[in-house]
Design a protein around this ligand. Structure first.
Ligand code: CUA
Length: 347
């Protein structure tokens, strides 16, 4: 007999039934409210992908939303009944001695919960297989692609352009033109991962190996990114940026960098100091990752500085291994000005 009340509770039976009807509704409403809040918070805090700026990144975003849709449906299918059952069949107000109905299988239900997940996984797999080739598809038609070498280093990104110009951390590319990044890392380094979400997926920078990442940016702007592979103490500081420029602006920038770096009056030294040295050092103040350099006379001794930067020392990796002579000179020229001026740490 359902709801067999003890004599003391008989009088409350009507009221009790009323709350049993209303509470699942309350539970459902609070769950729905919680989901809306969580969704809003996720959207506000940047959990949703940034609008893609390349066709390849578009494919990745499509896959993200396709999978997220099924994930949300499954989440609700599991969680809503779970909460309803917890509330509806909770201990209070029910006879604990009573046997439940003896159910022995339900063929239709069992077929459904086998077939539906298989269909969902098949749909996701088909969608990903259709979309995946587009993620890195530019090389096929990219005979005129701009080739840029990208080196992942502890803890900065070094870009080498076809005219020999070098850049640190900020990648500059022209809009609407295929670009091919040859992503690698020196043998002396560790694995990093180049990741500018709005341009496309992550590509590992593996010592001694090269991964090609081809894309065509469709929009001018500056897009942030980060190293996507834990690579050491300053992994989180290993940020990257891509600046997509109008074609003429880019051509002008590249030609100017090529000339000034060849002449030795470029801003490369400052970029190296900020992007390479300041990832771990400060001139003065509270000690950062490595020792402060303000009182270090090596900053004024190009040969000694070059030896440390090329070979590393103690815990410091060989951050300048493989740098050309003129790259090294750009840095030593710049550090000399730092100490003689005795100025701030430039951070
Ligand atoms: Cu480089 Cu993490």
């Amino acid at each position: 007999m359902p709801h067999a009340p003890r004599s003391s509770r008989a009088g409350h039976k009507a009221a009790n039934n009323d709350t049993l009807v209303r509470k699942p509704l309350a539970a459902f409403l609070s769950l729905a409210g919680g989901l809306v809040l969580a969704g809003t918070a996720a959207a506000g805090s940047g959990f949703e992908p940034q609008p893609p700026k390349t066709p390849g990144a578009e494919d990745i975003t499509d896959i993200y939303y396709f999978v997220a849709f099924f994930a949300a449906v499954v989440f609700l299918l599991v969680l809503v009944p779970l909460v309803l059952f917890v509330v509806r069949y909770r201990n209070r107000g029910h006879d604990q001695e009573r046997e439940g109905p003896q159910i022995r299988g339900n063929t239709r239900l069992e077929l459904a919960w086998t077939a539906v997940p298989v269909l969902i996984v098949a749909a996701i797999m088909a969608f990903v297989l259709i979309k995946a080739p587009g993620i890195n598809s530019e090389p096929a038609q990219a005979g005129d692609a701009l080739q840029i070498r990208v080196e992942g280093r502890r803890f900065y990104w070094r870009y080498v352009y076809p005219n020999g110009a070098v850049a640190i951390d900020r990648l500059r590319v022209p809009v609407d033109r295929p670009v091919n990044l040859e992503i690698t890392a020196p043998d002396s380094d560790v694995i990093h991962s180049y990741w500018i979400p709005e341009l496309g997926g992550k590509f590992d920078a593996v010592p001694g190996d090269t991964n090609d990442f081809s894309f065509r940016a469709t929009e001018v702007g500056v897009f942030p990114g980060n190293c996507g592979e834990f690579c050491g103490v300053q992994h989180a500081a290993m940020t990257a940026e891509a600046e997509v420029m109008p074609t003429e602006t880019f051509d002008g920038w590249l030609a100017r960098e090529g000339q000034t770096q060849a002449r030795g009056d470029s801003d490369l030294g400052e970029a190296q100091w900020k992007g390479v040295c300041l990832k771990c050092h400060r001139l003065q103040g509270e000690t950062y990752i490595g020792p402060n350099l303000g009182a270090n006379t090596t900053l004024r001794q190009p040969d000694a500085l070059e030896a440390i930067v090329r070979n590393g020392q103690g815990a410091m990796p060989p951050v300048g291994q493989g740098w050309s002579e003129r790259e090294m000179k750009a840095l030593t020229d710049y550090t000399r000005t730092l100490v003689s001026e005795g100025g701030g740490d430039g951070s």
